[in-house]
Design a binder for this molecule. Structure first.
Ligand SMILES: NC(=O)c1ccc[n+]([C@@H]2O[C@H](COP(=O)([O-])OP(=O)(O)OC[C@H]3O[C@@H](n4cnc5c(N)ncnc54)[C@H](OP(=O)(O)O)[C@@H]3O)[C@@H](O)[C@H]2O)c1
Length: 348
């Protein structure tokens, strides 16, 4: 059985580029007892993958050179020698970046299980297969669990959210608004700022490439900041600190802005405010909250179906487009969750 995979063939020293990847044809062996063959339909690209391109990463294992890569994907079982996963069932895995793969049927837990582990997914409540990577994927979970479990959402208080038009940020913005918080959001293009204001309902949105963070916070947060959801950069976090209210909370989902510059945090300014204002700074693994997964699915699908939450996706068609999808994500050229369609047709 022939399939196609994307391999990493060189490690970047600066921004990720097409030359770091290659499209490779591979041969898969016949299925052994207990195995299934999965045809991937969709794969996700995510900011952490830029860290996986490095020889050393601080979060997940680095990607190997000249071998299949891993990443979130959803596909259909097309051959089965495992009664738990009959032909035709939909399965989520960490075996993206390839059109087909063989699974032993081990249980899938995002980022924790082996890449070829799988979990059955059902299309209930009007869900589409790609929702398991988008609306219900790990970035959405990070936005949702951050706000719903790691933070306290208090109506009337002010939440500041960076990379707010991204997946984590846009989910977090809308959940904060649903709970009556004032939302101050930043993004890197005027189009994203307009979307945050007009669609996501941010009370104040600004383009951080045109307005200094401190100027924006002085104008938009006259009573101070209660909660920050940080996805972007040490510079954004540093600028928030002097505006934090006493006992405020800063959740760090990630620092997408440093992934193309070596992944190191060189400096956090204004750190004395952490002490002076008794602030809490915490990062949080979304996996800690998987006990709330069913509630997460019910809320996200329910809010979307009721028109209370808008989830944007940007689609790329074909495995060969996957490197460009990742490159565009890191460069700020995507609007909404980037997903790559690996099935037949264009996925529209
Ligand atoms: N802890 C976890 O388990 C977990 C899981 C998922 C994601 N995350 C983290 O959460 C964050 C958001 O993830 P996401 O999937 O929703 O991606 P995302 O926010 O859509 O990330 C891409 C966006 O980052 C922005 N960006 C790029 N360089 C930047 C810079 N120097 N300063 C500010 N913004 C910059 C760009 O938007 P602009 O046009 O606005 O610049 C770009 O569109 C990332 O840091 C990611 O690593 C953590």
């Amino acid at each position: 059985m022939k399939t196609r995979q994307i391999h990493l063939v060189a490690r970047p020293e600066g921004p990720a580029a097409p030359a770091h990847f290659a499209l490779v044809e591979a041969t898969l062996p016949p299925l052994a007892e207990g195995q299934v063959l999965v045809r991937n339909q969709w794969m996700s690209v995510d900011p952490y993958m830029r860290r996986s391109m490095e020889a050393e990463a601080t979060d997940l294992e680095p990607w190997p050179l000249h071998a299949p890569l891993n990443g979130p994907s959803i596909g259909v079982v097309i051959q089965s020698r495992n009664p738990r996963f009959p032909e035709g069932c939909l399965v989520e895995s960490m075996s993206g970046w390839q059109e087909h793969f063989i699974s032993d049927g081990d249980e899938f837990v995002p980022y924790l299980s082996a890449d070829m582990a799988i979990a059955r997914r059902d299309l209930t409540g009007g869900a589409q297969p790609q929702d398991f990577l988008g609306l219900l994927g790990v970035a959405s979970q990070t936005g949702y669990f951050g706000m719903m479990c790691a933070a306290s959402l208090v109506a009337g208080q002010t939440a500041v959210i960076s990379s707010a038009a991204g997946t984590v940020g846009s989910v977090a913005c809308q959940i904060a608004r649903l709970h009556g918080m004032r939302v101050v959001a930043s993004a890197g293009t005027d189009d994203k700022v307009a979307w945050l204001r007009d669609v996501a309902g941010a009370d104040h949105a600004f383009n951080y490439k045109e307005v200094a963070f401190a100027d924006a916070f002085r104008e938009a947060c006259p009573d101070g900041i209660d909660l920050v959801l940080e996805s972007a950069s040490p510079e954004h976090l540093s600028a928030c600190l002097p505006f934090m209210k006493e006992k405020g909370t800063i959740l760090i989902a990630g620092f997408v802005g440093i992934y193309e510059r070596g992944g190191k945090v060189r400096n956090i300014d204004n750190f004395e405010y952490v002490l002076d204002r008794f602030l809490t700074i915490k990062s949080y693994p979304f996996m800690d909250y998987l006990g709330h997964y069913d509630q997460f699915v019910a809320d996200m699908v329910g809010w979307r179906n009721a028109g209370k939450l808008v989830f944007r996706e940007q689609h790329y068609a074909g495995l060969e487009q996957a490197p460009q999808a990742l490159i565009d994500l890191l460069a700020g050229r995507t609007s909404g969750k980037p997903l790559v369609f690996l099935g037949d047709g264009d996925g529209a």
